[in-house]
Design a protein around this ligand. Structure first.
Ligand code: ZN
Ligand code: ZN
Length: 415
């Protein structure tokens, strides 16, 4: 009889998460610098990641911490003109670091509902100011000039939102376990598991790319939608190789395959299946009608004012920049949890994103000018906001240019 190995301790799992983030997620190369951003509560993970990064040969690790209480203090005490401000110098510095070859690791975990009670006008002005300031750095990220990844750390405020009925320490422990499980850390060999998972997603990507669909057709409760795919669209997923030649996984966890929709060929009605946490505010029960690719009507049961100001950010904020397919059997969907965090929730369900398209999801997209990208149907915007439209009741068909179609998903699962 085999004696089961004792369950790994929290410390051991935290260390494995850090190791997987550095070696598999970032693929950090000897001689690279690393820029990390993290909430204050993520210090234990930051320290594990820093050690693994130096062990992997990082020349310098620089971490920028954010603090929820300091953010709230701004909303409570700062003068009105504060909300059109962003630290342009800092964002320019980040862009300079990426141009010089630094890798980028973001730890997510801030309270998703931090700004829920704040003035929506201030929130959206601050968001616009931040989006504008971070544009140069974000472009380097979305063009995948460097290797980057996002991982999560459980924090007390986030845990309270996910497990509202548990005492704080139990909620925090449960959220950590959920992160370890869905990020595939809680397995005997997480590195090998990640490589196998990536290979499986890549075979799905190849299959979809071979089909050259003209559009996707969605049918589910509150949803009857056709999404045209951009000319020369490329399906992506299962990790990617940055322009610096380094292969990694930009999101941990990741369960999606995704591509670029055509910004002018989206028609019909779509209803969200999970709440969306948009920069500190919750938006729930979204229902949107598209005509010729553009949002003609948008409502939400909760957070509608924030939704309206989000889609008013610029012309591209009313059009789609990403379409992603995720089976309902994904470990995140199966956890049955609502994480209130896009990194997790977007990997629980098929989703679409309003705003900026990824040029990497087009054939030779990186070498195309803005005009060429636009001509192929790739959208441009200051925002990129994913929201969930998948469920165990969603059917998706792939439609060819000649009008014939094949079933891709039935009741949320791959056919
Ligand atoms: Zn996505
Ligand atoms: Zn996205």
């Amino acid at each position: 009889m085999n004696t089961p190995a004792p369950a790994a301790s929290w410390d051991a799992k935290l260390d494995r998460l850090a190791e997987v983030a550095v070696t598999v997620g970032l693929g950090l190369a000897r001689g690279q610098e690393l820029v990390m951003t993290a909430p204050l509560d993520a210090v234990p993970l930051v320290r594990r990641i820093t050690e693994h990064a130096y062990r992997a040969g990082a020349l310098l690790v620089t971490t920028l911490f954010t603090d929820d209480e300091a953010t709230l203090s701004r909303y409570e005490h700062a003068p009105g003109e504060s909300f059109d401000r962003a630290a342009v110098w800092l964002q320019d510095g980040l862009a300079a670091a990426y141009r010089a070859g630094s890798a980028r690791l973001a730890i997510t975990g801030a309270n998703p509902a931090l700004l829920a009670g704040q003035d929506s006008g201030k929130v959206s002005r601050a968001n616009v100011a931040f989006s504008k300031a971070s544009r140069p750095a974000l472009e380097l990220i979305t063009r995948h000039e460097i290797n980057w990844t996002i991982v999560a750390a459980a924090t007390p405020a986030w845990a309270k939102l996910v497990f509202p009925h548990l005492p704080e320490d139990q909620a925090l422990a449960q959220l950590w376990e959920a992160i370890f499980r869905t990020t595939r850390i809680d397995v005997p060999d997480p590195v090998a598991n990640w490589r196998a998972h990536g290979a499986q997603l890549q075979s799905r990507v190849k299959l979809l790319n071979d089909k050259r669909f003209y559009s996707l057709r969605y049918k589910g409760p509150g949803t009857e939608l056709t999404i045209g795919l951009a000319d020369d669209h490329l399906w992506c997923g299962g990790g990617s190789t940055a322009k610096n030649g380094i292969a990694g996984f930009p999101n941990m966890p990741t369960e999606e395959v995704f591509t670029t929709p055509h910004k002018d060929r989206v028609d019909g009605v779509v209803t969200s299946t999970k709440p969306l946490s948009y920069q500190g505010t919750l938006i729930d029960g979204i229902c949107v009608e598209f005509k010729g690719g553009r949002i003609a009507r948008a409502t939400a049961k909760q957070g509608e004012a924030i939704l309206q100001s989000m889609i008013d950010t610029d012309e591209g904020a009313r059009r789609l920049g990403e379409v992603a397919l995720v089976p309902h059997s994904s470990p995140i969907a199966q956890s049955g949890l609502l994480f209130w965090n896009t990194l997790f929730d977007e990997n629980a369900a098929s989703h679409i994103a309003l705003g900026q398209a990824y040029s990497t999801c087009l054939i030779h997209g990186d070498s195309l000018s803005k005009t060429d990208l636009s001509a192929k149907g790739a959208n441009e915007s200051l925002i990129h906001v994913d929201w969930m439209i998948g469920s165990g009741e969603l059917d998706v068909d792939g439609v060819f240019a000649n009008g014939e179609s094949v079933a891709l998903m039935r009741r949320g699962e791959w056919v």
